[in-house]
Design a binder for this molecule. Structure first.
Ligand SMILES: Cc1cc2nc3c(=O)[nH]c(=O)nc-3n(C[C@H](O)[C@H](O)[C@H](O)COP(=O)(O)O)c2cc1C
Length: 343
């Protein structure tokens, strides 16, 4: 295994800024690249055109390599009764926020078109979550020189990622903020430590989940990871695109304040417990990504009205420990101030 693979991307530290769909504007990605780590655009919710525009904007802001992350599409059955029940369960929130009783458009994924854009733009690193890309996409991206990273939540998923042609694998521990990347059967919610101990593949491993300071970076590298992927600790930076209510909620939270919920999107994700996660426990929910489409108008209006009780406040278990500040300050905390490599 080439544990120094990340040096090919001109990084000063073996740290990847986690792609965080909806919260990674080009200026944030470029700030991460500028701080010596790999900036990544979370393009999961973008169309192909918006993805291309964002890639070009990043290139205007930095000359350094960067990554783009895509959601591998899932096509759940669109059972009208299930959708109706899930839509009905959200009525009180629509009424409270003054939203119309209109079923939102539950659009299709633009994955194939996005792959074409990333290949045409020769994006240096392309990562995936929620599954593995098909063979055609892998060949197309590799042919364009892209380094491919898959996401696994079990040792078995890591083996599948390697077999699918991934050049490296992110091991996402249960501590991680945001959506679970699980794609093979029941989610087992393994800790990052267990994942690192049990995974046996020959491609480099990238550790994700609960990493927030130099000590947790060091522990993951000592346990066999060749790099780490950091989400929440960077989400609270000044440059990130997260709503300020979201950043304040994380920085003001306490140990044990996060929960795993499917209420916002139909897929398990870790975030701060709030009114929505509490009230929706046990309510009918449509499968991912349909539930995501149903709650989108509610989340977006709640954000405008300053109501954090109805927002998806994604956060890792250690998010509350972070201190915020600029990306450069946070990277300095993650590296203990080491100029290069010596974390
Ligand atoms: C707000 C937020 C959004 C996320 N969105 C994505 C995403 O779009 N794609 C992805 O692969 N991972 C996503 N993740 C998961 C991260 O890649 C990573 O696994 C996680 O942030 C690591 O845990 P940490 O938050 O404790 O650092 C997201 C995480 C957060 C906190």
């Amino acid at each position: 295994m080439n544990s120094n693979w990340w040096k090919a991307f001109n990084l000063q530290h073996p740290i990847i800024q986690a792609p965080m769909a909806g919260s990674t504007p080009p200026k944030f990605v470029a700030a991460c690249c500028g701080a010596g780590i790999l900036g990544s655009l979370g393009a999961g919710y973008m169309t192909a055109d918006v993805t291309r525009k964002a890639v070009r904007e990043i290139r205007e802001l930095t000359e350094r390599p960067f990554g783009v992350n895509l959601f591998v599409p899932e096509n759940p059955e669109r059972d009208p009764d299930v959708i109706k029940a899930a839509f009905g369960a959200l009525r009180p929130y629509r009424e409270e926020l003054g939203l119309p009783e209109e079923l939102p458009a539950l659009g299709e994924s633009g994955f194939g078109e996005q792959v074409a854009v990333l290949a045409e733009e020769h994006v240096p690193v392309v990562s995936f979550t929620f599954g593995l890309p098909d063979e055609h996409s892998v060949l197309r991206l590799k042919g364009a020189g892209c380094f491919l990273i898959g996401t696994a939540t079990t040792p078995e998923e890591a083996v599948q990622a390697e077999r699918a042609g991934m050049d490296a694998v992110v091991l996402q521990g249960k501590e991680a903020g945001g959506h679970r990347g699980a794609f093979d059967g029941e989610d087992r919610f393994l800790s990052l430590g267990d994942l690192l101990a049990e995974t046996d593949v020959s491609v480099p491993l990238i550790a994700a989940g609960g990493i927030w300071d130099a000590e947790t970076v060091r522990a993951a590298l000592d346990a066999g990871a060749s790099a780490v992927q950091v989400g929440t600790a960077l989400l609270v930076s000044e440059e990130s695109g997260a709503n300020s209510l979201h950043k304040e909620a994380i920085l003001g939270a306490a140990d044990g304040d996060t929960v795993i919920t499917k209420a916002f999107s139909g897929k398990s994700a870790r975030g701060l417990a709030n009114r929505f996660t509490r009230e929706m426990a046990g309510a009918p929910i449509a499968p991912y990504p349909l539930q995501n489409g149903l709650t989108k108008p509610i989340r977006s209006e709640a954000g405008k009205q300053g109501d954090s009780g109805l927002l998806s406040l994604w956060s890792g278990e250690n998010g509350w420990r972070g201190e915020g500040g600029t990306v450069a300050e946070i990277v300095e905390r993650l590296t203990g101030g080491a100029a290069e490599e010596k974390i």
